[in-house]
Design a protein around this ligand. Structure first.
Ligand code: WTA
Length: 662
């Protein structure tokens, strides 16, 4: 460990449990342990508590309609608008001058939007979208980096009842096209570029290439001018419009928020699964927003007076639920930062926390591991005493990183919530309530009130405390995905089939399977062990190994490929690609570079292989299945498990030699 951390090591290393301070508990939004029993006894009506956090245009008739599992419906008959709930009501309730978004660009420029500013721009952009022909239920794709126009566009879509599909800005042109095609999306909002480590990046070039791949054609695109004079001189095409021009044209216009049914789609979010095709996860208006708001209140302890910062990208679910929808439903101030944590220096995040006196900070374990590696002298340069609560999400956090975060960022004063959830769950599912429960580093915590999670074996039987098994969720919850876009069948196959009686109409026979391994302690604390499907988690980003494999196989000269996740000190997992080339193909650095380029083109730099290993064969079982477990063990330099079932055990040694030689 860097710096003078040995003392911390000695003192904290043994400690396995931490209590929140009395001071924290005294002010916490939720501090009564009875909340767990209350939810249990009153289920599913307990979820009214979440719904009450919203303003409804029309009250719902029923909290949960579970007559057709797993197609659950929440708050049926209720009507509301998400943009009204995240913007208008704060303006009306005397908070128009409260800061909604504090944005900081990589070069240090800042922009501040009050709720009134947000109200004006959301309305104007909603008017612009309508004018461009966007109708209720049209899917609008947003392909943007971390600039304020992204949440503004999301809220404008919500205002007119047009679901958005945000595609992470770091995804490639191909990935954009795939998602637009899958969602039948005819509208795009994007930007000319953005800054990364000081340099402008051409984003519109990628967007344009993506648009060329949209089969059904595109009605209109809106382009934000982020780079100004640093731009790349693109001319806008016939159906492309400049964001600022549109706002000028619609200056001062007001659009009534459309009354949406609680079960109407709010957005689609594509995520990786076992097959090569990304899944379009569908989230709805009432249940999702209620769940995001409730968990922001109960777990993140957000109050409107807070300055809250989640350092995720809005292109992922964490940014949707916990930069935009949850915090804004609560009317708080949310910080947005455009750039990387080490630009211009490795203290950038701590600088931001000090500058804005951030109260609550939510980040990913991969970031914490990087901070740890850089050393505690960077946070020590800053006054972080404004912090009250810390959170992590996205992957398992090892106790050492947890303790470093607790000590060096939280000064042993701030509870840390380790939140387990997924794109599909919409919001947090397993974590401690910071005002109620003790913390155990490495273990996410018990299921939240109202959530019924269990650890089972392959037959669905609960496993004993301390034994590894599969995580399941045995009851629906308001923030859950409703289906995979236009693919109910795959929805059942991917998430339910494993542990449910799919022919039954009884909700008790339906069990949600998140495809994570886990174990449980005697006190119901759950430790997440990681994915059990062919999904890997690289720097908190969820990537399908099949997607990467199909990108590699698309490279000229490649015959076959297998991709696995190997352990990585900072990224958690890294992409290891084992490649068989075609006869006569040189296996050299040039070929490696082409393979990496192929992956970047198909998915994006986040999926870049850490190592490309050429091999004449892949280890296969007698039935011809690639033995991935072995490839993982090789990547991790571990002792190999049973190889007797292999058809070709002799390849193992040669692959091993290569990986070790690298
Ligand atoms: C993993 C991100 C351990 C898990 C919100 C899950 C975690 C996948 C945690 C979902 C955590 C997320 N501890 N593992 N606190 N949080 N995961 O859809 O494997 O990008 O299934 O959602 O991340 O990733 P996704």
């Amino acid at each position: 460990m860097a710096d003078g951390d040995t003392e911390l090591e000695a003192r904290l290393v043994e400690q396995e449990e931490f209590e929140p301070s009395e001071e924290f508990v005294a002010q916490a939004n939720v501090s009564d342990p009875a909340v767990y029993d209350e939810f249990e006894e009153n289920w599913p009506d307990c979820w009214e508590r979440a719904a009450e956090m919203l303003d409804w245009d029309e009250e719902y008739d029923e909290v949960l309609d579970d007559s057709n599992p797993p197609f659950y419906k929440w708050f049926t008959g209720g009507k509301l608008n998400v943009s009204y709930n995240c913007v208008d009501r704060h303006v009306e309730n005397g908070d128009k001058n409260r800061v909604a978004i504090k944005w900081e660009g990589e070069h240090g420029e800042t922009r501040t939007y009050t709720y009134q500013d947000l109200y004006r721009e959301v309305n104007e952009f909603a008017a612009a979208l309508r004018d461009l022909g966007v109708e209720e239920d049209d899917v609008v794709t947003l392909y943007m980096p971390m600039i304020p126009e992204l949440p503004i566009a999301m809220l404008a879509c919500a205002r007119i009842g047009a679901p958005h599909s945000v595609v992470f800005g770091g995804f490639s042109a191909d990935a954009l096209a795939t998602r637009m095609n899958s969602a039948d999306s005819r509208f795009l909002v994007t930007c000319d570029g953005y800054y990364r480590r000081g340099d402008p990046l051409d984003h519109l070039d990628k967007a344009n290439e993506g648009l060329d791949g949209v089969d059904h054609g595109v009605d209109a695109a809106v382009v934000v001018d982020r780079l100004g004079d640093d731009g790349f001189g693109h001319d806008l095409k016939g159906n492309q419009h400049d964001w600022d021009d549109l706002l000028d044209e619609h200056a001062g216009e007001r659009i009534d928020p459309v009354e949406r049914d609680a079960e109407d789609m709010l957005f689609l979010m594509y995520t990786s699964g076992t097959t090569g095709q990304p899944k379009g996860v569908k989230h709805t208006t009432g249940g999702y927003l209620a769940y995001a708001a409730w968990t922001s209140h109960a777990v993140l302890d957000i109050e409107k007076e807070d300055t809250y910062w989640c350092s995720a990208d809005i292109g992922w679910i964490t940014g949707h639920s916990y930069i935009v929808y949850g915090p804004m439903a609560l009317g708080t101030t949310t910080v947005m930062y455009e750039g990387t944590p080490d630009f211009p220096n490795r203290d950038r995040l701590w600088d931001i926390i000090e500058k804005y006196a951030v109260d609550i900070f939510y980040t990913a374990p991969t970031a914490i591991r990087a901070f740890m590696k850089w050393g505690s002298r960077f946070p020590e340069q800053h006054d972080l005493s404004s912090l009250r609560l810390l959170g992590t999400v996205g992957e398992p956090i090892n106790p050492r990183a947890w303790k470093w975060y607790y000590k060096h960022i939280g000064n042993e004063d701030c509870p840390v919530v380790d939140t387990w959830w997924q794109t599909e769950t919409g919001g947090m599912m397993i974590t401690t309530l910071p005002g109620v429960k003790k913390m155990k580093p490495g273990s996410a915590g018990p299921p939240l009130p109202g959530i019924d999670a269990q650890i089972v074996d392959t037959s669905g039987k609960q496993v004993d405390a301390g034994r590894a098994g599969y995580l399941t969720v045995n009851r629906p919850w308001p923030g859950m995905l409703r289906t995979l876009y236009k693919n109910d069948e795959r929805f059942i196959q991917e998430y339910w089939q494993e542990y449910s009686d799919v022919d039954s109409d009884d909700p008790d026979d339906w069990v949600y399977f998140p495809e994570d391994g886990a174990k449980i302690d005697g006190d119901d604390y759950i430790t997440i062990l990681g994915r059990v499907d062919d999904v890997i988690n690289v720097s908190g980003h969820r990537l399908g190994t099949m997607e990467i494999e199909s990108a590699i196989v698309g490279v000229e000269g490649v015959a076959e490929a297998a991709v696995v996740g190997g352990n990585h000190e900072v990224k958690g997992e890294a992409v290891y690609a084992y490649v068989i080339t075609e006869e006569g193909q040189d296996e050299d650095d040039e070929m490696r570079a082409r393979i990496i380029e192929g992956v970047e083109d198909a998915i994006g730099p986040i999926a870049r292989p850490e190592m490309v290993v050429f091999t004449p064969e892949l280890p296969k079982t007698r039935s011809g299945k690639i033995m991935r477990r072995l490839l993982e063990e090789i990547a991790n330099g571990e002792e190999l498990g049973d190889t007797t079932t292999l058809r070709n055990p002799e390849v193992v040694e040669s692959i091993q030699r290569q990986v070790e030689g690298e």
